[in-house]
Design a protein around this ligand. Structure first.
Ligand code: ADP
Length: 955
């Protein structure tokens, strides 16, 4: 592996070097080309600048020469000397000659010649005898534009092949046109100007080009010249074959010799010439090319050097790696070997393998890998070797045999190698016999655990506490929750437990920290039913992770039983409390009753005794009688209260609704209590009544009256001064009654309990009023029954306001609505009226007979129901019956029913000491026309007798 990596590095290195080389060449070429262009531009600039410099120098020189020529031609001494000389040749004397030669040497003239206008030579400084020379001076003359007095011959070869250049002036001497020819040698003056060159290139040459007629002459600085006649192949394109015009004066071209050149060609100002410079293109880049080649060679050399050094380093490292790899192989504690893929022979084997398998190295190398396998595994091995194509192969677990015959389990990993040029595999064998044995044991124990878990009759689930996932659940759990095991193991415990997720996580924590192991939860089954469960949870460790092993018990039945027990206990406690309360009530009741019965009884018995005293005055008698009456009424009221509360307690009270005029009921009570209130100095008033269209209502009149009476009585009782206000009003579907007084008020802490039985606001023994403490309890019970509610607001010393409501039930105005009779009717009792009184009680009878004594009526008395029936049957004169209900042999109800069978028209008025509205109902049901409760008030009795006897009379 390391080696492979190493090889990769090496390849990578060489590739990098190669790429770098290519990049260097490309960059070098790019730089070279760029630099070459720069060098070319520089060279061209240099050539151009040198050439234009030369051109300027030539112009200067030329101008100087022209000037000199002009000056000389205007030299008067010379002119006069010439004049003398040309008039007479003999006058050309030494002085003339000397002067001419002076001028020639001063100006470096080669020769000074004087000719006629036609060219015939008059005098030559070089040869006196020229005067006698035959030939004339006949050169084409170039005009000098800026100085027309001077002409020039251009450069040409003299007859003795010397280069010459003439500056010619044309002085007029004595009217004769003379030519003064000042001949110079260009090789000594002009050409050196061209030959000097700061340009290094050897091939650099400059020359002047002169156009003469159809020929072009090129004179180089060294004096060489070339003359091209018209028709020469280069004449038309200035001495060279143009390849590229680089700028106005510089060209790339091929010269006449076919060399590639860089040429400069430009007219020399104010001269008849053009300056031509050229340099071989080849030479231009010679040094640059040399430098480039040198640098390239240097780079190549450096690369070669680096490559060589690194290669040698690598090869050394490769050897080292090979060495250490081999050492790693042979010294590795893991058994390893290399076998030939073709022959299956061991090619190499390490010490660990030798040690582990017990064979020597030589023994190994003489064996094949088949020989360390049990015979039965060999076929499988061969197949595996054949089918293994992976370079790296995780061959898994194999059975191997040691030399001593011991069977071991090994985990085999191998990879392909080339070993000694053979296709081979390098094999690593790890002895896992111990692990295998342990694994088998673990598997067995796991199997046992699994069986224990899965087959257990208890509901078991295993939870991952990190996310609440159910990782396993047994069959019992599946059955219990109604899910399949697959469903359960795809669920979270939050899907079962109805507890908040965060709380469940807190419980997990407790189990993991081993702080708590049993819990009570409510789990939801698949059908949505909830079930109380007790869960025993413990943490278990599987594959390095904690899980929760939970056993779930259904405790819903147990819970139900517990709830029942708790309910029973609560009931027992309530019963006990009730018993205690009733005990308490009994005591209160007895104490109260004792007081409320004894006090009036005291009054009655005491004053009865006093009444029997002789010699009482009329006022005393009335006073005592009044006291007895008041005490009797108080006693009766107490007894009525006791009976009512007993009936309420025993649930015998029912509602008996009938239509009534509510305003009349309030007014009647007002009328009734007005005298009593006023007697106490209290003002009583009705604040509001119902509207005309709502005053007829259906209600239990007796109970309603009882409540109103009780509230008014209390108001009078507990108010010493001030007022009492009554009101009735309708608020939507309710009727609201209010009794407000300006009395003593009720302490705040007693307000809530005054509606309880025997409770009085003032519980001190020094209280200044009487009462059983039952009135409000009875009132509340009646109001509750009627579907209403009663409330009180009170302030000590300021007064109390009792408000109660009952449902508003409008009634039709029918004959059934009871409209109380008028008082005048009370006394209209027909004379000789036969009244049957059925009464077993003597005192009651005497009381009735006394009341009726002053009216002329006939009283017939019977003692029981049978007698009453018999009397009514035989005596047709009887026109009214007063029937006591509670009688021996046959009670009043039955007697009434019997009498009505024979005398259906006979009015029977029931008398009862039961004094309850139910009794009245019962009596009416039996056929009685009315019901009077004992002790019957005189007015009430007379009114009833009057009412029913008159009715009959009318009938
Ligand atoms: P009783 O009047 O027979 O004592 P009630 O049940 O009618 O019994 O009243 C209970 C108690 O409520 C009274 O003892 C009294 O203390 C208080 N109470 C009732 N009505 C009034 C009222 N109008 N003003 C002051 N206290 C009242």
């Amino acid at each position: 592996m390391i080696f492979r990596q190493y090889r990769n590095w090496r390849n990578a290195y060489f590739i990098t070097v190669f790429i770098l080389t290519i990049i260097s060449i490309l960059v070098g070429t790019f730089i070279f080309t760029k630099e070459k262009k720069v060098v070319a531009a520089e060279k061209i600039r240099e050539i151009e600048s040198v050439s234009s410099q030369k051109s300027k120098q030539i112009t200067e020189w030329y101008k100087d020469e022209v000037n000199d020529a002009l000056v000389i031609s205007q030299n008067s001494v010379l002119l006069s000397m010439i004049k003398t000389a040309i008039t007479d040749k003999s006058l050309i004397n030494e002085e003339f000659r000397y002067s001419i030669s002076q001028i020639a040497s001063q100006h470096d003239y080669e020769e000074i010649i004087i000719t006629e206008a036609n060219g015939s030579i008059l005098y030559s400084s070089n040869n006196d005898s020229t005067v006698s020379r035959k030939h004339n001076y006949s050169r084409k003359e170039f005009r000098i534009t800026y100085n027309p007095q001077v002409t020039t011959s251009g450069i040409y070869f003299s007859s003795n092949k010397k280069l010459i250049l003439d500056f010619i002036t044309h002085p007029k001497i004595d009217g004769r046109d003379i030519k003064l020819i000042l001949r110079i040698n260009p090789e000594s003056s002009l050409l050196p100007l061209m030959s000097y060159s700061p340009v290094y290139e050897k091939s650099f040459r400059s020359g002047l080009i002169e156009f003469t007629g159809d020929s072009i002459t090129l004179i180089f600085s060294n004096g060489e010249s070339e003359t091209f006649k018209a028709g020469h192949k280069y004449v038309t394109s200035y001495f060279f074959k143009l390849d590229e015009k680089i700028n106005k004066n510089v060209f790339k071209a091929h010269d006449v010799s076919g060399n590639l050149i860089i040429a400069y060609l430009s007219p020399v100002l104010d001269t008849p010439w053009n300056l031509y410079s050229k340099v071989d293109n080849k030479e231009l880049f010679l040094s640059f090319n040399r430098q480039a080649i040198f640098i390239l060679l240097l780079i190549i050399l450096v690369f070669i050097l680096i490559f060589t050094v690194i290669s040698s380093l690598y090869s050394q490292r490769e050897k080292d790696i090979y060495k250490s790899l081999y050492q790693m192989f042979s010294d590795s504690p893991q058994p390893m070997w290399i076998y030939d893929l073709e022959t299956l022979r061991f090619l190499e084997v390490n010490h660990a393998a030798i040690f582990h398998y017990g064979y020597s190295r030589d023994e190994f190398l003489s064996m094949t890998i088949k020989e360390i396998r049990p015979r039965e595994d060999v076929a499988h091995l061969l197949e595996d070797v054949k089918n293994t194509t992976n370079p790296f192969n995780d061959a898994g677990i194999w059975r191997h045999l040691k030399k001593n015959g011991e069977l071991i389990y090994v985990n085999i990993k191998s990879h392909e190698v080339i070993f000694n040029k053979r296709n081979a595999r390098h094999v690593l064998a790890m002895d896992i016999t111990d692990i295998k044995v342990a694994q088998d044991a673990l598997q067995e124990s796991e199997q046992k655990f699994r069986q224990l878990f899965e087959d257990h009759s208890a509901v078991k689930i295993i939870i991952d506490p990190t996310d609440g996932k159910i990782v396993n659940a047994n069959e019992a759990a599946a059955e219990f929750y109604g899910y399949t095991r697959e469903q359960l193991t795809s669920m979270y415990v939050y899907n079962l437990n109805i507890l908040d997720q965060e709380k469940i996580k807190d419980e997990f924590k407790k189990v993991l920290e081993q702080k708590k192991i049993n819990f009570e939860f409510t789990h939801r089954k698949s059908d949505g039913t909830l079930c109380d469960v007790e869960v025993f949870s413990s943490r278990i460790h599987i594959s390095g992770k904690y899980y929760l092993h939970s056993i779930v018990h259904d405790i819903s039945e147990k819970k139900k039983a517990m709830a029942q027990i708790e309910k029973m206990v609560a009931e027992l406690v309530t019963a006990k409390n009730k018993a205690e309360e009733s005990d308490h009530l009994k005591t209160a009741f007895l104490a109260n009753m004792s007081h409320e019965i004894r006090t009036p009884m005291n009054g009655i018995l005491g004053f009865m005794e006093l009444l029997r005293q002789p010699g009482l005055t009329g006022d005393q008698f009335d006073e005592y009688i009044s006291i007895v009456k008041t005490s009797g009424e108080r006693l009766l009221s107490t007894i009525n209260d006791i009976i009512d509360i007993s009936k309420i307690e025993s649930g015998q009270i029912t509602l008996n609704e009938s239509g009534c005029n509510l305003n009349d009921i309030i007014t009647q009570q007002y009328d009734f209590f007005k005298p009593e209130a006023e007697k106490k100095g209290l003002e009583i008033s009705i604040n509001s009544l119902l509207r005309e269209d709502e005053k007829f209502v259906r209600t239990d009149i007796t109970k309603l009256e009882s409540v109103i009476v009780n509230l008014i009585k209390n108001a009078i009782k507990f108010t010493k001064s001030g007022s009492i206000k009554l009101s009735v009003s309708r608020a939507e579907e309710k009727l609201l009654f209010n009794v407000t007084d300006t009395g003593k008020g009720i302490p705040k802490d007693r307000l809530g309990i005054i509606f309880e039985r025997f409770v009085q606001a003032d519980i001190s023994m020094a209280r200044d009023h009487e009462g059983s403490g039952l009135g409000l309890a009875i009132s509340k019970a009646y109001i509750d029954l009627m579907g209403g509610e009663i409330n009180v607001e009170s302030e000590i010393g300021k007064g109390s306001s009792f408000t109660f409501s009952i449902p508003y039930k409008p009634a039709e105005i029918t004959s059934k609505v009871q409209i109380p009779g008028k008082l005048e009717e009370i006394c209209k009792i027909p004379q000789d009226l036969n009244i049957l009184i059925a009464e077993d009680d003597e005192i009651s009878y005497i009381y009735l007979s006394r009341i009726l004594k002053k009216y002329k009526v006939n009283l017939i008395r019977v003692y029981n129901g049978i007698e009453a029936f018999q009397e009514c049957e035989k005596n047709a004169e009887i026109s009214l019956v007063l029937m006591d209900i509670k009688m021996p042999i046959m009670d009043g109800y039955e007697a009434t029913r019997s009498i009505l069978t024979v005398r259906p028209e006979l009015p029977i008025i029931a008398l009862t000491a039961f004094a309850l509205s139910d009794d009245k109902e019962k009596a009416i049901e039996c056929g009685c026309v009315d019901y009077l409760s004992k002790p019957v008030k005189k007015e009430v009795l007379l009114e009833a007798i009057s009412k029913y006897s008159t009715k009959k009379a009318t009938a």
